[in-house]
Design a protein around this ligand. Structure first.
Ligand code: DSN
Length: 438
């Protein structure tokens, strides 16, 4: 039964908050017009264009609210019930909610929701469970692995001995006979799968079998597809006996920027100690509140529909591009992402392609392809994905239209008449699909 006194109090506080939000915005406009105007500009950019960068999304409106809330004021070093600062009644409440919901959503035994970002989260795992110099097997950067998966330019690449596996140049498959032979030869302490630019699913059973043969810890960096696992559209590595899953919270999951480390019980203490005090100080409690909100939404049937739609939209794009003869890295997609070889398909590098699409307000990112002969700032392709467009409610009809617009631009990247026409059509479509939270 609802408590009338409490609900009256909530109504009063809500009215105060609405007034405060309007007052704060007006104060920003007056005291810092430069930042205010950039804020309006970014809102307009997001409203009028189509976001196709596969790692970006529109967070839930409720997440925007808690991110801009008083939780940003609070220091909460430590963990619920064991903090180094007073005044933790409500921060403990939200961190417990976020942890419990993470465990329920991902069906795991322990969750740490404090990592400030994806890089910090992966570093906390390596530094917490391994010793510098230990061997880790992970996917090569140009084949889709992340910087923190041991790219030579990263600090992790210096600290640990990364042995990299690659993918088949035609279908993107992983040669598990070779992975097995390399694992037996190099004796990794950890076997890592997961990616930042790989349009295929992962054979967790094959990885786990090899890891068990050599006694390696199994970890998946699910940053890109954490929301698709949560929404039950893609497989959950814990169902295959994996030890750890890391995921950022702002990509397909649609939460605030941040990271989570999910693991089996035996790793819990080391992971928590590694995040705090090992690597970080105070967690960003406004982001932790946002993660709690996100994970409640991730348990709904609506979110499961969203996750399924992200995948089916990617399939439509793949079909359209293939029909038009575009060269897709791995030949297609099993997830939310496609990598287009623009050099092979249109004779233009990824930078030219990205810039042409920017002009029509379709946002993509230039992307190296496996064993790319070109440098990272002028790579051979672009990477696109469907999480953000799907969050606006766009479906298969819009994906067909989108592929057509992209083809027109990529075939004539310097034809201003084509670009102007497409830009106007993109803007008109966007009016019909409001951005959540704006
Ligand atoms: N920056 C992320 C991405 O775009 O995939 C990974 O860190």
């Amino acid at each position: 039964m609802s408590n009338p006194l409490k609900s009256q109090q909530i109504d009063r506080q809500m009215a105060q908050q609405t007034t405060a939000t309007a007052r704060n915005l007006a104060a920003l406009a007056e005291s810092d017009p430069a930042v205010y105007s950039a804020l309006l500009g970014e809102e307009q950019r997001e409203r009028d264009g189509i976001e196709l960068i596969p790692s970006e999304n529109y967070t839930f409106p409720e997440v925007l609210t808690v991110l801009g809330s008083v939780f940003t004021n609070k220091y909460s070093e430590g963990y619920p019930g064991r903090r180094y600062y007073g005044g933790q009644t409500f921060t403990d409440e939200i961190e417990n909610l976020a942890r419990d919901r993470a465990k329920a959503v991902f069906n795991c035994e322990h969750a740490n929701v404090q990592p400030l970002s994806g890089s910090a989260m992966n570093q906390a795992v390596y530094l917490g469970l391994l010793t510098p110099g230990d061997t880790i097997m992970a996917m090569d950067l140009s084949h889709g692995g992340h910087l923190t998966h041991g790219a030579p330019v990263s600090h992790m690449g210096d600290l640990f001995n990364f042995v990299r596996y690659v993918t088949d140049p035609v279908d993107g498959s992983i040669d598990f006979d070779r992975v097995r032979a390399d694992a037996h030869r190099t004796k990794p302490k950890m076997m890592l799968c997961g990616y930042t630019s790989y349009p295929r699913d992962i054979d967790y059973a094959a990885f786990k079998a090899i890891a068990d043969e050599v006694g390696a810890i199994t970890m998946t960096d699910a940053s890109h597809f954490g929301g698709l696992v949560a929404g039950k559209a893609m497989a959950n590595p814990f169902d295959f006996g994996f030890d750890l899953v890391t995921t950022t919270t702002h990509k397909s999951l649609r939460g605030p920027r941040g990271g989570m480390i999910l693991c089996r019980k035996p790793f819990a203490k080391k992971i928590d100690k590694s995040v705090f005090p090992g690597l970080q100080g105070g967690p960003h409690m406004n982001a932790v509140a946002g993660i709690a909100v996100t994970l409640q939404k991730a348990q709904t049937a609506e979110f499961q529909r969203y996750a399924a739609d992200v995948l089916s939209n990617a399939q439509v794009l793949a079909k359209e591009f293939k029909q038009a003869g575009v060269s897709l890295v791995t030949g297609g997609t099993d997830n939310h992402m496609l990598v287009l070889n623009t050099m092979a398909s249109f004779g233009i590098d990824g930078r030219v392609a990205e810039e042409a699409l920017d002009q029509v307000q379709i946002t993509t990112n230039k992307q190296i392809i496996p064993d790319d002969p070109n440098p990272p700032l002028r790579p051979s392709g672009i990477r696109i994905g469907t999480p953000a467009a799907t969050a606006r409610g766009m479906g298969s009809q819009e994906m067909v239209q989108l592929a057509d617009w992209m083809l027109r631009c990529l075939r004539a990247p310097e034809d201003s008449a084509v670009l102007e026409t497409v830009r106007a059509e993109v803007e008109a479509l966007c009016q019909r699909f409001p951005v959540p939270g704006i």
